[in-house]
Ligand binder design. Structure first.
Ligand SMILES: Cc1cc2nc3c(=O)[nH]c(=O)nc-3n(C[C@H](O)[C@H](O)[C@H](O)COP(=O)(O)O)c2cc1C
Length: 315
């Protein structure tokens, strides 16, 4: 794929905007609304407990619109359903797969012969060169301004570095909440923009009204990195509860994570427990809520429709 090709040309859509996959947040209503507004969107396979539910969601999107959409697969050992989810994505002929947190080789091998494009989340040039050599169709540059598991380097530096040294399109992810920011990434040479946080407080989003209200109330200065939930740095709102429990894994977990033999199991345990906590926080209100969001929260002032935000960002 030529590096200069925009996401809109690649997928035959109106805007080079991707409504990013978000664990526990993305649902079919958000994806369908984004597609109808001329953007594309992806949904994490992990948002569905069973293969049947996952297939049903993909069928629902396909029946609502023929526009291009994708799924997101976590391709490391924290996701025991990875191969089954990949088979379903292939069988349902999604338009693209976004890989995160691991080696995408199996996804590339299975998807490419079917004409399913593979976009890989990357946080540095070394990983980008690796996935490019494996045959990825595009890179998603996850900068330090992104919500979720953000990268260590700002897209001020990462994006131009990847554009300069790689020969496939680079989509910029992180921090976008205004049309000016969207335009800036495109003008810098990004093939497209991936935006997540700005779409959490929407009419279509399934999360609790308390989570949406927190996104309205808090700003960029209130976002902190926590390793407590997934073992990796995750952006969360610094609520009084987060301040109380702290943002670092406890000493025992840190010690066990340094043990080579136990590391994998401890990681899985911390991840599983953290994800349960996030799930509870996303859908029900409690004092013990940990809400995931990136600094783009600064630009959330009300609950709007997904289509309205797509129009505003790309307008
Ligand atoms: C609540 C939330 C959940 C996320 N879950 C995932 C996920 O499951 N898989 C993934 O690859 N990225 C995930 N991300 C990252 C997004 O796909 C995207 O890279 C990020 O939202 C872009 O930055 P922004 O939030 O500043 O727009 C998540 C982000 C947020 C805010």
């Amino acid at each position: 794929m030529q590096a200069s090709v925009k996401l809109s040309e690649m997928l035959g859509i109106e805007h080079s905007l991707l409504v990013a996959p978000m664990f526990l947040v993305s649902n079919t209503a958000m994806v369908i609304a984004a597609l109808k507004a001329g953007a594309t969107a992806a949904i994490p396979a992990l948002n569905y407990r069973t293969d049947q539910e996952f297939r049903k969601a993909l069928t629902e999107i396909r029946q609502a619109t023929d526009k291009a959409f994708g799924v997101n697969l976590i391709v490391n050992s924290s996701n025991p359903y990875y191969m089954r989810q990949l088979s379903t994505a292939c069988a349902m002929k999604v338009d693209f797969v976004i890989t995160s947190l691991g080696n995408p080789v199996k996804v590339i091998e299975r998807c490419k012969p079917l004409g399913i494009r593979v976009f890989c989340d990357v946080v540095n040039l070394e990983h980008a060169k690796k996935v490019e050599a494996l045959g990825a169709d595009a890179l998603i540059a996850v900068g330090s301004e992104a919500g979720g598991h953000c990268g260590p380097v700002s897209n001020t530096y990462l994006l131009p570095e990847l554009i300069k040294h790689c020969d496939i399109p680079v989509i910029a992810a992180g921090g976008v909440g205004t049309a000016a920011q969207y335009r800036q990434y495109i003008d810098q040479g990004a093939a497209g923009v991936s935006a997540g946080t700005i779409f959490i407080a929407t009419e279509e989003s399934p999360v609790s009204k308390e989570y949406k209200q927190a996104l309205i109330n808090y700003g960029a200065k209130d976002i902190v990195l926590s390793t407590k939930l997934s073992g990796m740095p995750l952006t969360v709102i610094n609520t009084p509860y987060v301040q109380k429990i702290g943002t670092r894994a406890n000493r025992l977990e840190q010690f066990l994570q340094r043990n080579k033999r136990l590391r994998r199991y401890i990681k899985m345990m911390v991840y599983g427990r953290g994800m349960k906590k996030l799930e509870k926080a996303a859908f029900s209100a409690s004092y013990q809520s940990v809400w995931v969001a990136g600094p783009a929260v600064e630009h959330i002032h009300s609950i709007r429709a997904v289509g309205q935000i797509v129009n505003e960002l790309t307008g």
